[in-house]
Ligand binder design. Structure first.
Ligand SMILES: [Zn+2]
Length: 393
């Protein structure tokens, strides 16, 4: 559908407002920082809702209220359709003509806001990349087997070393804890960690993927809980992830194995263990085994229509930031761990194939790209568990 010029100008005027300024306007009590958290406008609580000021996104851990941009925010918090949301934000009716001088001022304001947002985002990105490089520089070759580090972890998972998997023998795990409405970052665990380098297509490292190891656990990863946040369903403290990514991961991958000759295929799963399992137990020549870090990076953004409605099954072909296979790749195979993410996995493959077709229009020498996926094996199991069961572990 196309919008009338009046409606398009109303939408643009609404979009000049950020989620953050809308939250201030509505008097929501959120903390300081880049990721500003506080009670959810839908379901309450203390600190379950957050607005990311640089991404201009919002998310509630509890009720699933999440999205991006102020129109989306207002549609979801006020339960109104698109046009009403634009009218609420701008305080102007869609049928009213816009005064040209006012339109010029709003344009100017939007341009300045966008510039500031971009320069903030760039500063934040460079800082995050710097932190990731510092962690990589601190990491060392894994210690000998039996030292309780990466080699023992990989052995427990039936896997081999890779030069992209290093270790930090003692690394602090910090998490955000709110104390009297202020953010604090206490260390809640210290221990050995596997450090995986996430490299960009030009081989620059801009992120690291960290897994904290605890060989006493069935899967060899630490089991941590948030010190104060309760899971209201179970009445227990909320579990925390055993892994984190630092830096700028978009577009990158963990290149666990890349053959030196005859490259034609990439096999990619979200996680290191799943992808590496395929290489170690089902190796095929000419195949690179790269982990995609997370599903959003493999899938690329979803297409948003003119009303800002997100279509989960359609790729946004303007998103060139997320992972794309290099030109030599003739076959892209995605490993899907969980049935819920299958639509994203398929969207990512469709995106890669379509963008390759477009590139071939300009450069017919590029190979065609074939795409396929491996379905989840079910029972909540991943490929690695299946192999370990077969091996009688
Ligand atoms: Zn909520």
């Amino acid at each position: 559908m196309t919008l009338s010029p009046e409606l398009a100008s109303l939408r643009d005027q609404a979009m000049a407002v950020t989620c953050w300024s809308w939250s201030t306007f509505r008097g929501w009590k959120l903390s300081n920082g880049v990721d500003r958290c506080g009670p959810c406008p839908k379901c309450g609580g203390k600190d379950r809702f957050a607005i990311h000021t640089q991404k201009n996104t919002f998310n509630c851990r509890k009720c699933g209220l999440s999205g991006s941009g102020v129109i989306d925010l207002v549609m979801k918090t006020e339960d109104v359709p698109f046009v009403d949301a634009c009218e609420i934000i701008t305080g102007r009716k869609a049928s009213e003509p816009l005064d040209p001088e006012r339109a010029r001022q709003l344009d100017e304001q939007r341009r300045r806001d966008e510039q500031r947002r971009q320069s903030d985002a760039e500063r934040y990105r460079l800082k995050a990349i710097g932190d990731a490089v510092t962690l990589w520089n601190r990491s060392v070759e894994p210690g000998p087997a039996g030292s309780g580090g990466v080699l023992d972890y990989l052995a427990l998972r039936g896997l081999k070393p890779s030069r992209w998997l290093r270790e930090i023998p003692v690394l602090d795990y910090v998490t955000e804890v709110m104390v009297d409405g202020r953010k604090t970052w206490p260390v809640i665990h210290s221990g050995p960690a596997m450090i995986a380098g996430v490299v960009q297509p030009d081989m620059q490292m801009q992120a690291v993927h960290v897994t904290w190891i605890d060989l006493g656990q069935a899967k060899g990863k630490v089991a941590l809980h948030h010190p104060t946040r309760m899971d209201e369903k179970t009445g227990a403290f909320e579990p925390l992830p055993s892994r984190k990514v630092f830096g700028h991961k978009k577009g990158g991958s963990i290149r666990l194995f890349t053959p030196s000759a005859g490259l034609r295929r990439i096999v990619m799963g979200e996680g290191i263990e799943t992808t590496w399992t395929m290489a170690v137990h089902n190796f095929e020549p000419g195949t690179a085994y790269w982990a995609g870090v997370d599903v959003p990076n493999m899938a690329g953004k979803a297409f948003r229509d003119i009303e800002n409605k997100r279509h989960r099954d359609r790729p946004d072909l303007d998103d060139l930031e997320c992972f794309l296979p290099p030109d030599w790749c003739e076959e892209l195979v995605y490993l899907c761990d969980e049935a819920e993410t299958l639509p994203e996995i398929i969207r990512g493959l469709a995106r890669a194939v379509t963008l390759r077709d477009q590139a071939r229009d300009a450069n017919p020498a590029l190979p065609l790209l074939a795409a396929s996926y491996v379905e989840p094996i079910g029972d909540g199991k991943d490929m690695n568990e299946l192999v370990r069961v077969q091996a009688g572990d």
